[in-house]
Design a protein around this ligand. Structure first.
Ligand code: HEC
Ligand code: HEC
Ligand code: HEC
Ligand code: HEC
Ligand code: HEC
Ligand code: HEC
Length: 422
């Protein structure tokens, strides 16, 4: 309550400052006495020195204009409001999980809005002699990783923790399924993780229908920190590179360029600003090298029927993992058969008409298997699962390895080496 009143008082105060005065300028008066805060008797702050630095019309307008160039603002996926998406894709969802320390929001949020200023920002203190970033950002705390769902947190560094709360591996996307007998059962989408330290690469593992080891698009934080890839036993991995000590914002909020409309709150890297140190294009060679390794790995996985390859109507090639086992853990045959298998998990989510909330439920589909020619016909090895996971880790990270060329290359190369040797 105290904080609310104080905020309101300050809003009125700053609001007054923002309104330009009309009329002729009078002679300068004497400085007033320092005000006392009526609530706790502390000195008030000199708003002109302290607040107006940020809170001035030109600065606010510039931030708005830049932000309107960002995918956060323009993107099609911002404002996905269902239970398993809202935490990263909506303003309300992010505020809920950060204020209450949760992994997912309690319910879908039908009226949720897209990511905006107040998603990342809130004023938490007004004495700007200390850590300014922490005072204006909603969170700078170490991040409980969503896909691990445990108390352990990872510290990506102050401002990076804000970005990494969303830019991380996604985690579960559903809860219940209805089995072939009509019974509703719980299920977890990432049963293979977290990786166990000292995992045996040769140990068998079933990749079943309905299970997923997908990383999702937002994995930038893990690659940048050089962590949470699948690491083979006995191998050492270098986690740092030249830019490891940088913040996400050093590149994604670097100087704004009105010409290229990049930098600042657009969150798009202003690559011209890199030229201060890099005479030549650093990105293209790194991205080409890593992308070639990514495809080399995918082709190896394709050869041993861990992956399949699809080419869409516009000629875009993609690779995807092929399940070895059906939903109930029965091995798929590699030849045609009339036996029915639990081949798929049909999306049975419905929307409650009264509340507008999604009710989760998937239904197991029983059918003859059409993909027999693509099946491996045995359990995977953990080393194969790891290689497939590392492919996804790089593929869905979207920077093509720029966020840590050293770790990205090691993950891909060591996966390739293991597959060739095993
Ligand atoms: C380093 C930049 C910066 C400084 C300095 C700063 N603010 Fe803010 N302030 C912000 C940002 C960013 C927001 C969030 C805008 C939003 O949510 O739309 C904000 C929001 C606010 C709000 C709205 C309430 C809230 O929590 O969202 C108030 C009130 C406020 N500031 C008052 C002040 C006062 C008073 C001072 C000086 C003591 C001050 N600010 C100094 C950046 C700053
Ligand atoms: C509330 C969750 C959330 C936070 C916090 C967040 N992001 Fe994002 N970010 C997203 C989502 C969701 C998208 C995809 C938006 C879309 O495509 O609709 C995205 C997209 C992006 C993109 C895509 C490129 C573009 O044009 O914008 C960049 C870069 C980015 N974020 C950087 C950052 C940085 C840097 C930070 C920290 C300062 C940050 N994000 C904080 C959720 C978040
Ligand atoms: C842990 C945070 C997180 C969760 C949970 C999450 N996402 Fe995302 N998602 C992101 C981030 C971050 C991006 C942006 C990556 C980028 O564009 O660089 C993104 C991007 C996407 C994109 C691609 C956006 C584009 O414009 O191309 C889609 C589609 C998407 N998410 C769907 C979903 C759905 C559906 C769910 C819920 C089942 C979900 N996401 C849950 C963080 C998350
Ligand atoms: C994706 C997260 C994110 C969003 C969304 C966002 N900001 Fe920021 N903003 C930041 C970060 C990070 C900083 C830098 C903090 C630091 O370096 O101390 C910052 C800094 C600022 C500052 C202080 C620095 C300066 O140059 O004045 C202001 C003011 C500000 N933001 C206003 C806004 C406004 C207005 C919006 C909405 C139009 C907005 N921000 C949206 C992350 C965000
Ligand atoms: C050394 C500079 C640098 C740092 C530090 C950095 N990035 Fe990037 N980031 C890039 C570059 C360069 C790209 C690729 C841009 C391109 O391909 O156009 C990129 C791409 C991205 C993308 C995909 C953009 C898209 O259009 O889909 C996201 C999201 C992103 N970064 C988020 C982050 C986050 C979150 C952090 C901090 C954990 C971070 N970045 C740290 C330079 C950086
Ligand atoms: C303060 C100087 C400095 C700035 C500014 C800078 N870099 Fe770098 N960067 C380096 C140094 C030094 C290296 C390591 C030596 C090398 O590869 O040139 C490096 C290496 C890299 C690498 C790895 C290159 C490789 O071949 O492995 C990438 C990628 C990169 N920088 C991207 C960026 C991007 C993107 C920006 C702009 C957002 C940027 N850098 C801005 C100093 C800088």
């Amino acid at each position: 309550m105290k904080i609310v009143i104080r905020l309101l008082t300050l809003s009125v105060f700053t609001g007054f400052l923002f309104t330009a005065c009309e009329g002729p300028v009078g002679p300068a008066g004497n400085d007033g006495l320092n005000g006392k805060d009526g609530l706790n008797g502390l000195d008030g702050k000199d708003a002109n020195g302290s607040c107006v630095k940020c809170h001035n019309t030109a600065n606010w307008q510039a931030k708005e204009d830049q932000y309107h160039l960002s995918k956060h603002y323009l993107g099609t996926s911002s404002s996905r409001n269902t239970k398993y998406c809202a935490r990263c894709h909506t303003n309300e969802g992010f505020q809920e999980i950060t204020s209450q320390g949760k992994f997912v929001v309690t319910n879908g949020i039908p009226n949720a809005t897209r990511i905006t200023c107040a998603t990342c920002h809130t004023m938490t203190a007004f004495d700007f002699s200390g850590d300014t970033a922490a005072m204006i950002l909603r969170t700078t705390s170490p991040v409980p990783l969503n896909y691990r769902k445990n108390a352990e947190t990872t510290d990506f560094g102050k401002i990076n923790n804000l970005c990494s709360t969303c830019h991380q591996i996604r985690g579960a996307t559903s809860v219940n399924y209805t089995d072939s007998l009509g019974k509703v059962q719980p299920f977890d989408q990432l049963p293979f993780f977290p990786f166990v330290a000292g995992q045996d690469d040769q140990a068998p593992v079933k990749y079943q229908v309905g299970q997923s080891f997908s990383v999702h698009d937002g994995n930038q934080s893990n690659l940048f920190a050089g962590i949470n890839g699948y690491e083979y036993a006995g191998q050492t991995y270098t986690r740092t590179w030249k830019h490891s000590a940088n913040k996400c914002t050093d590149c994604h909020m670097n100087d704004y360029s009105a010409t290229t409309k990049t930098g600042g709150h657009s969150l798009i890297v202003n690559e011209d600003a890199c030229a201060a140190c890099h005479g030549s294009d650093k990105l293209t060679p790194v991205q080409a090298l890593i992308d070639a390794k990514r495809i080399e790995l995918a082709e190896l996985l394709l050869t041993r029927k861990v992956f399949k390859k699809t080419t869409n109507s516009s000629g875009v090639v993609s690779y995807g993992a092929v399940q070895s086992h059906d939903f109930y853990g029965t091995l798929f045959p590699t030849t045609q058969s009339t036996t029915k298998y639990a081949t798929a998990l049909a999306n049975g989510n419905t929307v409650n008409p009264a509340t507008g909330l999604v009710v989760y439920g998937n239904t197991v589909t029983m059918a003859a298997d059409k993909d027999f020619a693509l099946r491996i016909g045995r359990e995977w090895k953990y080393g194969e699962l790891g290689a497939a996971y590392n492919y996804g880790y790089i593929n869905s990270e979207l920077s093509k390895g720029v966020h840590n060329p050293v770790y990205a290359l090691a993950l891909l190369q060591k996966s390739i080496d293991w597959l060739k040797a095993n």
